[in-house]
Design a protein around this ligand. Structure first.
Ligand SMILES: C[S@@+](CC[C@H](N)C(=O)[O-])C[C@H]1O[C@@H](n2cnc3c(N)ncnc32)[C@H](O)[C@@H]1O
Length: 254
């Protein structure tokens, strides 16, 4: 029996104060060069992440969704010091550990957010991101648990709004049924198109193997890959998000 607690997939509610022991530990991270934020603080820099990092010109801003303890993103940031990286993870402990590692690394081009990715539109302004990575999302294989799958059409529309035309979303799963579900939801969202395999291979070669991937390749041969870029279609924001896209500036009260 799957006894894990569901993640709040369609929960767009603002954060309430958390009593989690790791929530308090985020306050102990250095304030002069923050490498981790939690809950409402993750929405403080919406539309200003480039300024936060001091990014110049067209330096790429990457987002990894479900980054776990951040190993792959740390490696990416190490290898691409002129680009900028944000990892989002729902689990407090893993997100905090990732932030701690980022402090030790002394790198200034990455940050970890302990957040529910359903709040993506409150974390990132339209067109703010350049590339989104989603590696091995939880497949919730039982039919009755499909409602907890993160990658549904409304979510893809939110991701689409955070990217300008031509910017990429890279998705990999080992789960055949989830891959079919993702394909259907992408079709419904209608805001991405595939791009040439050679370009996709080049982009995929930049992402280090994830912890899950290292385990999974020992067990099985195949994975399902989506290499997509934002098309030119106009996206109508999902119903719960209409208000947020009607206002130019969104402020969050901690
Ligand atoms: C199967 S793990 C894969 C971790 C990592 N990407 C890898 O490949 O090793 C899925 C991750 O997504 C995170 N996750 C699931 N739902 C989430 C949500 N709503 N917001 C943020 N992270 C979430 C989980 O906590 C977990 O760490």
């Amino acid at each position: 029996m799957d006894t894990r607690k569901p993640y709040p997939v369609n929960n767009y509610e603002p954060y309430r104060p958390s009593g989690h022991s790791y929530a308090r530990r985020f306050d102990e991270l250095p304030v002069h060069a923050p490498t981790g934020f939690t809950c409402a603080q993750t929405e403080k820099y919406r539309g200003q992440w480039r300024d936060f990092f001091g990014a110049r010109g067209d330096a790429k801003l990457h987002l990894e969704i479900g980054c776990y303890h951040g190993e792959s993103l740390l490696e990416m940031a190490r290898q691409n010091s002129n680009e900028f990286f944000i990892g989002v993870e729902w689990k407090f402990k893993e997100a905090y550990k990732a932030s701690e590692k980022a402090v030790r690394s002394k790198m200034r081009n990455l940050v970890f957010l302990r957040a529910n990715i359903a709040r993506l539109p409150w974390m990132f302004a339209p067109g703010e991101l350049d590339r989104v990575w989603i590696l091995f999302p939880d497949p919730w294989p039982k039919f009755t648990h499909h409602k907890w799958r993160v990658l549904h059409a409304d979510f893809f529309r939110s991701v689409g709004l955070s990217l300008n035309e031509g910017k990429e979303v890279m998705i990999k799963t080992d789960h055949c049924d989830y891959a079919a579900f993702i394909a259907d939801e992408l079709k419904e969202a209608d805001c991405f198109e595939s791009f040439p395999e050679t370009d996709a291979d080049q982009i995929w070669s930049t992402f280090p193997a994830t912890p899950f991937e290292k385990m999974f390749f020992k067990k099985s041969e195949s994975s399902f890959v989506f290499s997509l870029r934002r098309n030119a279609n106009r996206i109508s924001p999902p119903a719960p998000l209409k208000g947020i896209f009607a206002t130019a500036v969104h402020t969050v009260v901690d």
